[in-house]
Write a protein that binds this ligand. Structure first.
Ligand code: IDP
Ligand code: MG
Length: 138
């Protein structure tokens, strides 16, 4: 079953020159990039994207980080794309992520952890709308 996921190369990933590395991993795996753009997230966009975390103590730090520089947003599609991408990403805290995963290879910090990927089809649908119009998704 084909699924779409909203993936972000977060501002730390852009600063670390990891855009190509991350896209290449998805493409080599057989996943399709069907929408792509670079942008600076607004605070409103950040509150919508991280709605489940707005009341958490780390939210101010997260908001400052995620809005603090350009990021790359993309829609990635393929069979079981959501789970496939979450596995390729590693877990939230890179220290616990397996080497070979994106976070396990390229991050050490729980906040600045290089990549976002949707965690469910419902989240993907909601998150994709925050960045792309239907016409921008191929
Ligand atoms: P996920 O990105 O693996 O789905 P979530 O628990 O949904 O992880 O958290 C969203 C993002 O919020 C994380 O990727 C990370 O950037 C940030 N974050 C989560 N927990 C913490 C924390 O304890 N301190 C700082 N930032 C955090
Ligand atoms: Mg999450």
């Amino acid at each position: 079953m084909d699924q779409k996921s909203l993936v972000l190369v977060k501002p730390d990933g852009v600063r670390k020159h990891l855009i190509g590395e991350i896209i290449a991993r998805f493409e080599r795996r057989g996943l399709k990039i069907c929408a792509l753009k670079m942008l600076v997230m607004s605070k409103d966009q950040a509150k919508y994207h991280y709605a489940e975390h707005v009341d958490k103590p780390f939210f101010p730090e997260l908001e400052a980080f995620i809005t603090g520089g350009p990021l790359v947003a993309m829609v990635v599609e393929g069979p079981n794309a959501i789970k496939a991408i979450r596995t390729m990403m590693g877990v939230t805290d890179p220290i616990e992520s397996t080497p070979g995963s994106i976070r396990g290879d390229f991050a050490l910090d729980k906040g600045e952890n290089v990549i976002h990927g949707s965690d469910s089809p419902e989240a993907a649908e909601r998150e994709i709308k925050n960045f792309f119009t239907p016409e921008e998704i191929y």
